[in-house]
Write a protein that binds this ligand. Sequence first.
Ligand SMILES: Cc1cc2nc3c(=O)[nH]c(=O)nc-3n(C[C@H](O)[C@H](O)[C@H](O)COP(=O)(O)O)c2cc1C
Length: 222
Amino acid sequence: MKVIGILSSPRGKNSSTRKLVESAMKGAQEAGAETEMIDITKLNIEYCLGCATCHRKGECAQTDDFQEVMDKIMAAEGLVLSSPNYIDNVTGQMKVFMDRMVDAVHLQLLEGKYGFALCTTGGGNEDIVLDYLNEFLIKCGATAIGAAGAAVGKDPASINVASEKAYELGKDLVEAIKEKRRYPEQEKIHNLFKESFWYTVSANRERWASNYEHWVQKGWSR
Ligand SMILES: Cc1cc2nc3c(=O)[nH]c(=O)nc-3n(C[C@H](O)[C@H](O)[C@H](O)COP(=O)(O)O)c2cc1C
């Protein structure tokens, strides 16, 4: 079983958020998973061009480091997303990465995978970022099992509490994957997406040929 942890703080070894991801990876490892942390800020990942080539052809028009990371995510069962709070949102690097995953939303590519979110802040509002990251996981078809955050500027010791929580979440992620844990509220969101997005896919069937084919093959057409 593989678990990937995505880092999006540009602060490298000095990053507080990185500490949470390291704890999460440790927990997942001790529960039996093979883990990899990927610092996307050190990679060449360009902005999404909005060209819809992914929806049309099933692959991105740009050749940079994005696809290699995406291939690793696709080969994993678990995905941990992390970001510091940057003006009550994720870092620009994380947002660019999420935009590049737009086809994963259209195709529900993370269906069957499990994940959770991690965030550190200076003064607060971790929940805004944590909710945004977990909602993104769910939007891609994955199941979110929890979140951990700390306002390290306001309370430096809070990183220790959040690290412990991240470690436990890492362990729990492996359990959730093993037992194929079900979350009815998230299943409702997944089902609603499949009910409504088909109309968008079929209305754009010429422009989004690859998306259309995927939906038909999956039996999600109506
Ligand atoms: C550009 C920028 C914007 C930030 N915006 C916020 C913010 O809106 N709210 C907040 O509480 N902290 C904010 N912070 C502080 C960081 O979230 C905080 O220092 C975080 O722990 C940094 O994580 P890192 O060490 O993993 O990079 C901001 C920091 C930067 C550099």
